[in-house]
Design a protein around this ligand. Sequence first.
Ligand SMILES: O=C(O)CCC(=O)C(=O)O
Ligand SMILES: [Fe+2]
Length: 354
Amino acid sequence: MGPLLESPSVVSLAPAVDLARVRSIGRLRSKPGPCPGLPEPQFPHLYNGLGGGMGGPVLVTGPVPPQLKQEVERRQRLGQESAARKTLIASSYHPARPELYSPLQDVALAPEFLAAAEYSTSPGANLEGLLQRLETVSEEKRIYRLPVFTAPFCQALLQELEHFEQSDMPKGRPNTMNNYGVLLHELGLDEPLVTPLRERFLQPLMALLYPDCGGGWLDSHRAFVVKYAPGQDRELGCHYDNAELTINVALGKAFTGGALYFGGLFQAPSALARPLEVAHVVGQGILHRGGQLHGARPLGTGERWNLVIWLRASAVRNRLCPMCCRTPDLVDDEGFGDGFTREEPTTVDLCVLT
Ligand SMILES: O=C(O)CCC(=O)C(=O)O
Ligand SMILES: [Fe+2]
């Protein structure tokens, strides 16, 4: 096991490497009600952790099984390997669009996004006022949409991502179900792009839209790009995110199919007749709770690239791991880890069903 690194970079080791146990917990706590058309969730314990992705929490009940130690070490290795790739990329990679690595400028952002964020930080801002400035996709599911990036910015980012993809740099993939995406922090885009986006724009919006899910307490993220193309990945199974909240922005290119579908909250089985289909619109972002079951329909034609930001609030997850709904046990990790911290959780009112 490598050296333990400083707090607050920690991952949760709350409970079991035993797949059967994980599945049974998933079934007990997570199975959606009868929902024709909504595939059986592929639980994120598999999606995010056990199958080789970056660390998610592992559920341990009773004595620590020997394989847990291996899983802890594997996850810590993932963090170290990711940090090593980031260092190599920072020293050897030549970007196609160097301007993307300078601090985010307002000119990259859609006027509607700037207006919504500005409204959200103004005195007296409230949910009703914000809802007039974005599209409510589903009131019941609390899914919203608004333009985020300008078309030229989307094109520049796509060009950079393709250039990186074609380079001989090492690439860490977002998760076990996506083999062609890119982790933005490895590419060096967290500091100039994603962190300012979260702190200056997403946080005020999310604070009004989802105060009960840590929207006002966002303090870390995991950002990546998913790519779907003929002959590569074409769809994504039903899952929930290791995030309190998620924004998913379509960057392009031209494509058919590939809509998102949404079921109920994984924590609250529902008896919805059919999932809600939400088509991507290039430049626009879809906002949803991480616990909302969702997936991506198969791509028809073309290529689809989306920027996905899993937004995390340690004040919420330190108390209630969003993956296993328990108090997490933590070990140190690189970077933001899984978004937990060792600090005393700030007092925040949260709903256990979100
Ligand atoms: O394909 C998409 O747009 C959805 C991606 C997603 O939900 C995820 O990676 O968590
Ligand atoms: Fe997701």
